[in-house]
Write a protein of this length. Sequence first.
Length: 313
Amino acid sequence: MSFSATTKNELARVHSRTDCCRLAELAAIIRMDGRVSYGKKGDQDEALLRITTENAAVARKVLSLLKDLAGIRGEALVQRNARLRKNNLYLLQISAQPGIKELLTKLGMEEEGDRLPQHLLRKECCRRAYLRGVFLGGGSVNNPEGAYHLELNCEDQELAAEVCSLMRKMSMSAKYSERKSRFIVYLKGSEEIVRFLNIVGAHEALLNFENSRIFKDMRNKVNRLVNCETANLHKTVNASVRQLENIKLIKEEFGLDKLPASLREIAELRINHPDSCLKELGNLMEPPLSKSGINHRMRKIEEMAENIRYFGV
């Protein structure tokens, strides 16, 4: 099961204690996944509500919210998702019945396309519930072992702007962009995603996200250290090979006994300790010599070797 599905299953088990929060959450889910249509039966207006979701836990939560808030019952149909060829689609049909029109009025959906009334967003708890409903209706979050990315798939730009504005008011740097006639509200930073999961109440997912993030950060840190040590080792080996070649050339052409005492000493040390770095060579000298002092002498030996290669002297 994906990290998104696990997170939605957890959120579907979160039950708000107050009706105002339940209304806000249900309004968000319907706004993301629902369709409200109106017709006439005699002189009476009738409302029909359809909600489609790919998550069974979300479907059960919607039916539970409808029953708790207005005593409304719906019919659940399961269809094969032809587009994805593997996930089921859960179609909830709520036909005209007592209480549905009044509920839609409370949700601000007495006319098709209406936006969520601001009175459902006045309280902090209701804003959290609303964002939870938005995620349940059209959210996804990447496995934290990969790239950090959370997105909310909105049907139109107005809804995306509304959700984005609400998230910014709650200290999240949300942005949105258009993708294939849909509008995607997204978060990319790990800290932002952790804050979102905390706000909507996905605490188990948050802990799993943090554990994966810590593990990944530690693994990346170890990899950087290993890469750094490997690079330094290659650098040391390459320098040692080059220095030994220079010393060998000088020895063959003139002999090491012709070198000044300071250069002869470091040349013999390099021959006897081919794997040592410059600092280690300096510690072997009597008295010990600094790394810069060893490097200076090695450059003198290299200059002599270059003169032999190019000028024969």
